[in-house]
Design a protein around this ligand. Sequence first.
Ligand SMILES: Cc1ncc(COP(=O)(O)O)c(C=O)c1O
Length: 373
Amino acid sequence: MMDLPPFLLDHWLSKYDFATPPIAFNLASSTGPRWSVDELTELGGAPLDIARTVLSYAPPAGDRALREAVAALHAVDPDWVVMTTGASEALSILLCLEQRHAANLVIPDPGYPAYAAMARAWRWGVRQYPLAREAGFTQRRETVLNAADADTAMAIVNTPHNPTGSVMEAGELAGLADALAARGAPLVVDEVYHPLYFGAPLPSAAGVENVIVISDMSKALSLPGLRTGWIIDRDAARRGRIIDARSYFTISGSPLLERLAAHALRHADALLDRLRMVAGGNLDRLDAMIMRSEGVLSWSRPRGGTTSFPWFSDGRDSRRFCEALADAGVLVAPGDCFGHPSHMRVGFAQQAEGFEAAIMRFAETVAVCKSVA
Ligand SMILES: Cc1ncc(COP(=O)(O)O)c(C=O)c1O
């Protein structure tokens, strides 16, 4: 039996976002601005006719047109792409294929909580490499390699990174993939927030030797409800095993969702433009608010992605603050969901409207906390 810890982050998000009525301002989410089916199908002028889609199974690796659209996004061969049910299934598939008994997975700390939980559930050992906040939470080749040992069978970097918004330099990443190749361990690059960068854009890592990319429609493409993700792997033998695992796990994706995803990817520029507009403006507002907190809060300004990971400078636990802020109608996620209680995750990409009002309530709640500290 699997020993799964409670998914604290999702408990927190569900409690407020799926409430009736839902929280007024959601700054806890890590996705982009919301899209309805109407808005999506009408992109490009001639509406997509989804009513005639045949509801059979799709091919286990995914519909060819969809795989081609994903390949174009990452500038790789469409044969390398295998569709999955979100990056979540991609992660489980990669974990379930390992056969070595004492294998361990190297992951970032802080990081997306499913990495550690799912690795342990699939009977992997877990080794974490620290992201130093003083150094902007950057993922570095040496830090990852320091955490690896003779039993390391895979390492993960997540760039842009959830929850900190740090970005790994392309040269560092390629050097890490190369060093891991010498140990016979692939580097998994979780690119769900690619290509949302606030400085110079970076290429996808999918073309780098010894890299397996996992990604999705949920984050940078702002369509989590499509539950569509993918694995990009140039290794044909491993890809065959990945496709078999996919067949066993879920048989295939939904043809309906795959058509919507292919349509969305044909209009990726429109989705990304809207995301960049919302995230860029909100990030500046958040930055200004943190500066005005007069040292109560500190942060490292994100260089990519949709989330930031500010912290209370005096090291106090943020959960009571997050509860008080939720009572005021603004949701951010307590840092203990990521094993770092003095931090909080603040997302800035979903709230297309009202971010200014949310930030005012945020600043007021910080001021109250300051006066009672
Ligand atoms: C870094 C990261 N990877 C993977 C996922 C899984 O997302 P999905 O299953 O929607 O693709 C998430 C979701 O929050 C995430 O933040």
